[in-house]
Design a protein around this ligand. Structure first.
Ligand SMILES: Cc1cc2nc3c(=O)[nH]c(=O)nc-3n(C[C@H](O)[C@H](O)[C@H](O)COP(=O)(O)OP(=O)(O)OC[C@H]3O[C@@H](n4cnc5c(N)ncnc54)[C@H](O)[C@@H]3O)c2cc1C
Length: 325
């Protein structure tokens, strides 16, 4: 029979994030023969509606309000709750990103339903859908099913592949009137701390520096390589504590959890708390001058050497390859 599934899109810094398409793909699988309703929340989201259809949504619901320009817990939770009330879905899929992680438990509490968070794989569909999620800081995985109530999951970016874009796929786009009341927080201005263009959580390639980079200046070779690869730059807590970079770059147990296709760990030892945030990356390359560094235990490829020789050499080689291509 199929399920009616809401798939929440994510707009940040005026851009529709790729995780939106992965969320739709996950929703499609859960829905089986049912309907996937793409949901967009924001101040003005019209320009993104078709993209949701192209990536597989059967129809799109927009909820626009001037209080939704930036993510604010109260406003987004209120508005998404109203969409859920109007649509009465049997399942909800959200990105496991900062806004998704913040909003999902609140919505689940309102609906009095369970929540399976941080899903990295889905097998089966509808009633038989089984969700895999990492536990114990990624050292093990558990599989869960939902036996009662609204099925509600958040999906980790970069794990569930988006469907092929099909610009011929059309569907209904409608708006829902929403109210935002009694906001406890209103954002007046957003001052960005980092200027990185690629979001860490969603990046396909990450170059992370540790205390081995020795200074803020020491991140420069990493940034140059990142520019070339279209990668995001991350860091160990060692590098953040030493004030070589901002804490927003920290990856690990108390930082961001990432699963890129390629993770290049540079001058970081691979402490257990760091591994908790990156060990599920698809391919790990480690560059460290200490052959005994624990990062080599999880690396697929290791380069033993001084990062200040190895990283520029890699950049030069890659420049040659890109120039030839
Ligand atoms: C409760 C708790 C939570 C934590 N959460 C996190 C977290 O979320 N993320 C995190 O990263 N850490 C976290 N930590 C800290 C963690 O335990 C480590 O202290 C930290 O990860 C070490 O950072 P590092 O690898 O950069 O530094 P180090 O351990 O000092 O390693 C530096 C590495 O650089 C190499 N190196 C030095 N110079 C060069 C060079 N020129 N070329 C090549 N290699 C070089 C060295 O051989 C060494 O392996 C946490 C700790 C605790 C107690």
């Amino acid at each position: 029979m199929g399920k009616k599934v809401l798939a929440l899109g994510e707009i940040r810094d005026g851009e529709l994030r790729n995780v939106t398409f992965e969320t739709i793909a996950a929703a499609k699988q859960v829905a089986g023969d049912g309907e996937v309703v793409g949901v967009l929340l924001g101040e003005d989201v019209s320009e993104f509606s078709n993209e949701l259809l192209y990536y597989g949504a059967d129809r799109v619901v927009k909820a626009e309000h001037y209080n939704l320009g930036n993510y604010v817990t109260d406003a987004f939770t209120q508005v998404f709750s109203q969409v859920v009330e109007a649509e009465e879905p049997e399942a909800i899929v959200m990105p496991h990103t900062s806004p998704g992680k913040d909003m999902a438990p609140r919505i689940a509490e309102k609906l009095k339903c369970g929540l399976i968070s941080d899903v990295v794989d889905i097998e089966g569909s509808e009633e038989d859908a089984t969700f895999t999620r990492p536990i114990y800081s990624g050292k093990a995985f558990e599989k869960k099913t939902v036996t009662a109530g609204t099925l509600f999951v958040t999906i980790r970016p970069n794990n569930i592949p988006a469907l092929e874009k099909d610009e011929g796929h059309t569907g209904d786009v409608s708006s829902i009137e929403v109210e935002v009341n009694d906001l406890r927080t209103v954002i007046k201005e957003v001052v960005k701390k980092t200027s990185g263009t690629v979001d860490l959580a969603e990046a396909k390639v990450i170059i992370a520096g540790g205390r081995g980079v020795k200074s803020a200046e020491g991140f420069k070779p990493l940034e140059e390589l990142a520019d070339l690869l279209g990668a995001a730059v991350g860091a160990s807590r060692g590098a953040c504590d030493a004030e070589y970079c901002d804490y927003s770059l920290q990856i690990g147990q108390t930082g961001k959890v990432v699963t890129p296709d390629l993770y290049i760990a540079v001058g970081l030892s691979g402490a257990i708390q760091h591994l908790a945030g990156m060990s599920n990356s698809k391919v790990i390359v480690a560059i460290n001058k200490d052959p005994e560094a624990p990062i080599f235990d999880v690396a697929d490829y290791g380069i033993v050497g001084d990062l200040f020789d190895v990283v520029p050499a890699l950049t030069e080689e890659l420049k040659k390859v890109t120039a030839e291509a």
